[in-house]
Ligand binder design. Structure first.
Ligand code: FAD
Length: 405
């Protein structure tokens, strides 16, 4: 590390950056995480749901203080109110306390030797002979200074400003994002199920979620198609605005209409394809910065962690070989596209197909399929459920055939 301050500088201490930092440090790399927030994990901009299946593969034991409550299953509600309850190992999980969870993930990295600095915004890249060679960091709002490393990683989340400066096309169109609003509410008597409500009038090109929390609380949120927001027509909803739609949903909800709001925020999450390329010479992009998010539900925590670990393995090889070229780093991209990327591509197709389906069709689908079918659909095995749905409504074949082509 003769001329360098660190082997790798990671921009962002969210689940992606912290997971990468942990494994890179474990592999002997000198790691620095910069995060612009004053306190890691705060403010929370997340529904905080995390599937057990997604995390089991990472063999992590999430400590009690990092989650609010356990999820026992999911309840999916059609526009006409019919619901399917789906309880099995695939729908179990947690509603996290991300304030604690994000900090815990960074602490694990620090225990392996990584360094972290909060209230430290990376403002730009440093280049030497045209190659990325470090970053400019502004701490506590002061004049930026130079910090050098042969590898810089963007784990910046949706903003991905530095990734764009590195030449990656880390931009999302309005069509490929959901605009969201969420309240933490109390009291809410729940059954430890995540509840998902669908319907054009409820949430055009999206859904309302109620995620259970301890002490009779819940995260109540909405995500709608970004292109339908701000005065544009979304289905039957004129001038769709996520907060207005959510307030209307709450007013009509027998329990929530009398509950109080403890916290509220708005946010944007990708539901589109990942960015075209994740690496450049001396640069990697991971997690939501690379738009590695589930296009069906906008979940990105588990993917961010998985990707961080994947990228760290490749970074460690690059470190041993003293070769941080795009060619060397590309192995991470190949691993992602052959692994989680394949599954996400199927989910993106499903999202796009479901956009063509109206509420009446959706009611028919919910009347026809079972919880076992839902699992098949989420796993990308569309043929069986599609056959069942089309048998009762042949005209849907025109739309659904894209799933079985
Ligand atoms: C309303 C909403 C609800 C959601 N609900 C869920 C859910 O229930 N389950 C789920 O799995 N996912 C959910 N998501 C998505 C999830 O929050 C993200 O996918 C996840 O946080 C991605 O992790 P990450 O580490 O890639 O990025 P982030 O968690 O966004 O972390 C990025 C970090 O980078 C820092 N940073 C950014 N720019 C700079 C810079 N220039 N310099 C220094 N630091 C910088 C930020 O401060 C931040 O700490 C939701 C998203 C939204 C908007």
């Amino acid at each position: 590390m003769a001329d360098y301050d660190y082997d790798v500088i990671i921009i962002g201490g969210g689940p992606a950056g912290a997971s990468m930092a942990r494994i890179a440090a474990q592999n002997g790399m000198g790691v620095m995480i910069y995060d612009k927030r004053k306190e890691l994990g705060e403010p929370v901009r997340c529904g905080e749901g995390l599937g057990e299946r997604e995390v089991l593969s990472q063999r992590m034991d999430i400590p009690k203080q990092c989650f609010s409550t356990e999820i026992l299953g999911a309840k999916v509600i059609a526009p006409n109110g019919k619901s399917i309850v789906w309880k099995d190992k695939d729908t179990r999980g947690w509603v996290l306390e991300r304030k604690m969870f994000d900090k815990w993930l960074v602490e694990l990295a620090v225990e392996k030797g990584a360094k972290v600095k909060t209230y430290s915004r990376v403002t730009d890249l440093v280049k030497k002979d045209g190659k990325i060679d470090g970053v400019m960091v502004s701490q506590w709002g002061n004049e930026p200074f130079e910090v050098r490393a042969p590898l810089v990683v963007s784990a910046e989340g949706m903003e991905s400003i530095v990734a764009r400066k590195a030449g990656l096309r880390a931009m999302s169109t309005l069509y490929d994002v959901d605009t969201c609003y969420q309240y933490e509410m109390k009291p809410y008597d729940h059954e430890n199920l995540i509840e998902l409500y669908f319907g054009t009038d409820i949430a055009p090109r999206g859904y309302v979620w109620i995620f259970p929390k301890a002490a009779k609380k819940a995260n109540v949120g909405i995500g709608i198609g970004g292109h339908l927001t701000n005065g544009k027509k979304g289905g039957n909803v004129e001038g769709a605005d996520p907060k207005v739609l959510m307030d209307r949903f709450i007013e009509g909800h027998p329990q929530l209409k009398d509950s109080s709001v403890l916290e509220d925020f708005g946010g944007v999450i990708s539901v589109g394809a990942p960015i075209e390329s994740f690496v450049k010479d001396g640069f990697m992009c991971i997690g939501t910065a690379a738009r590695q998010v589930d296009p069906i539900h906008g979940g990105g925590i588990a993917l961010a962690m998985e990707t961080g670990i994947m990228a760290a393995g490749v970074a460690a090889k690059a470190h041993s070989a003293k070769d941080y070229s795009e060619k060397m780093l590309k192995e991470y991209e190949g691993m992602w596209r052959a692994g989680p990327g394949k599954k996400m591509a199927k989910r993106l197709l499903l999202r796009k197909v479901m956009e063509e389906v109206n509420d009446d069709d959706l009611n028919h689908i919910f009347n026809t399929i079972t919880d076992a079918d839902l699992q098949k659909i989420m796993d990308g095995n569309f043929a069986g459920p599609v056959a069942k749905v089309v048998a009762g409504r042949p005209q849907l074949l025109r739309v659904l055939k894209a799933l079985i082509a």
